[in-house]
Design a protein around this ligand. Structure first.
Ligand code: HEC
Length: 113
């Protein structure tokens, strides 16, 4: 093989390796790889809720400009996907990672499911 091709081949292999690693999401935090956020902390979630959600959903999730969450029986999947996708005037991605897991634990708990 002519020498000129070697650097190109090495470059191509590096690009491919980086691409495959990115595809495998080796370096992504596990919380963002699909499925509802679980394992959150209720008490931390309450603080996140008061900071990010209470303005619309009420301090205890009793409802306000946003719908009531307390006692609605909403499950983790619904709460997680609502947080990630948003809808209506509720913006998507208000919280993520540990904050998301915590607030999901809190909302599921006040929803009573
Ligand atoms: C700007 C106001 C606003 C904020 C802030 C907000 N929401 Fe909402 N939320 C809404 C509105 C309005 C809806 C109804 C959306 C619709 O009708 O499509 C909603 C819907 C929801 C639902 C679905 C309720 C159901 O019965 O299906 C959940 C769960 C929810 N919000 C949780 C949260 C959480 C958790 C936070 C904080 C991280 C939050 N919201 C922050 C306004 C808000």
């Amino acid at each position: 093989m002519p020498r000129i091709w070697r650097p190109l081949l090495v470059g191509a292999v590096i690009v491919l390796a980086v691409f495959l690693l990115a595809q495998a999401q080796v370096f992504e935090p596990s919380a963002s790889t699909g499925g509802p956020a679980t394992g959150g902390d209720f008490y931390a979630g309450q603080l996140v809720f008061e900071r990010e959600c209470a303005a619309c959903h009420g301090l205890q999730g009793e409802g306000g400009s946003g719908p009531r969450l307390e006692g609605t029986g909403l499950g983790a999947e619904v709460v997680s996907s609502q947080i990630r996708q948003g809808s209506g005037v509720m913006p998507a991605g208000l919280v993520s990672g540990q904050d998301e897991a915590d607030v999901v634990a809190y909302v599921v708990s006040i929803a009573g499911s």
